[in-house]
Design a protein around this ligand. Structure first.
Ligand SMILES: Nc1ncnc2c1ncn2[C@@H]1O[C@H](COP(=O)(O)OP(=O)(O)O)[C@@H](O)[C@H]1O
Ligand SMILES: [Mg+2]
Length: 334
């Protein structure tokens, strides 16, 4: 019998639309001889929907029958779920927690690993503890005044600096700042967008953005050679989703840099207990590599760098997805 796999998509973050596109791609890729995909749309307010017999129904994950969704038409048994969700409320351990409680096996990083990776400063702290270079950073909570934030920034990273919410993606609320005036004007905007912790880092003006893919297939953890986002300056929301940014599935970098990036990614993948898939992002400035962030559910649209890097490494995406699902079922929440 085919296994029913819930494809969770949409979500409450600014990456809602990217998630929809990811769903379209995964729906095509999933092996229909083994799996029956069940679309579960999470709307922007966080409600779960499924369509049954042409009717839109609210769905709730529950532990009944060893993992199911409850709807007005009763319980629907789920064999596994793929949370194709990005950012807060999807990639941060919250949906993963709901699936754990419902005993539904799911693809991707588990609760704590997801939460640590979603906060860029926490992930950097782990990287630093492993001897992987990161940019200096100040971590500021919501309660810190602008004056206090500026004082701590000047004391540690100095100006110019880069302000960004620690737990948002898509470059929302992220700003380079050169002067105290700019800091005073833009920090409150970042704080408002963040609605949570904000970090301030040293500003890199001359850098390349290189990323490695982590992929776990049939028990083997693989790291691909780095790909690259070809961008000058700041990789903002418009560049990410305006469809104009050029990427390379395999970056043109020298062997020593490539090997260091692969080594750092492998160390992070193992130390953080990543599962199935993740993208590890770095900056290269001159000869210096800095770890930047980890996405535990990287963009998975046809245009996204992550699936392109796997393809370039000779990995069959259909087989990779089947392997993720089977491993999730073996490693099911108790
Ligand atoms: N310290 C920095 N110096 C210069 N540019 C940065 C710095 N940090 C981030 N950026 C730019 O902002 C973009 C978004 O920041 P990032 O930390 O990757 O967050 P996210 O992708 O989750 O929004 C990066 O791709 C890069 O172009
Ligand atoms: Mg990024």
């Amino acid at each position: 019998m085919k296994k029913r796999v819930a494809l969770l998509y949409g979500g409450t973050s600014s990456e809602h639309e990217v998630s929809r596109l990811g769903y379209e791609y995964v729906k095509e890729l999933i092996d229909r001889s083994d799996y029956e995909p069940l679309p579960v749309y999470i709307d922007i307010s966080g409600e779960w929907h499924i369509t049954l017999r042409g009717k839109d129904l609210a769905a709730y994950p529950t532990g009944r029958e060893g993992g199911s969704l409850y709807t007005d038409y009763g319980f629907i048994k789920i064999d596994a779920a793929i949370p194709l969700l990005h950012g807060a409320g999807g990639e941060d351990g919250s949906v993963q927690g709901a699936l754990e409680i419902a005993h539904i096996p799911y693809v991707g990083a588990r609760v704590s690993e997801s939460a640590v990776c979603l906060d860029k400063a926490y992930a950097k702290a782990v990287a630093s503890s492993l001897g992987i270079p990161t940019l200096g950073c100040v971590y500021l909570t919501k309660s810190e005044s602008v004056d206090e934030a500026l004082r701590r920034t000047k004391e540690t990273v100095g100006l110019p600096a880069f302000i960004k919410p620690a737990r948002l993606g898509s470059s929302v609320g992220a700003y380079p700042v050169n002067t105290e005036d700019e800091f005073t004007k833009l920090y409150p905007l970042a704080r408002e967008a963040a609605n949570g912790p904000v970090m301030v880092e040293s500003l890199l003006t001359d850098k390349r953005e290189l990323e490695c893919a982590f992929c776990e297939i049939n028990g083997k953890k693989l790291i691909t050679p780095p790909g690259e986002i070809l961008i000058e300056g700041f990789y903002g929301y418009g560049e990410k989703y305006g469809g104009k940014t050029e990427t390379r599935a395999v970056a043109d970098v020298d062997g020593e840099i490539r090997d260091r990036l692969i080594g750092y990614s492998r160390l992070l993948g193992e130390s953080l207990g990543l599962r199935h898939l993740a993208r590890l992002d770095f900056f290269l400035s001159g000869e210096e590599i800095y770890f930047n962030e980890i996405n535990t559910f990287p963009g998975f649209t046809r245009e996204s760098l992550y699936p392109k890097m796997l393809l370039a490494a000779g990995i069959d995406l259909k087989k990779a997805l089947s392997s993720f699902i089977e491993d999730a079922i073996r490693d099911r929440p108790i």
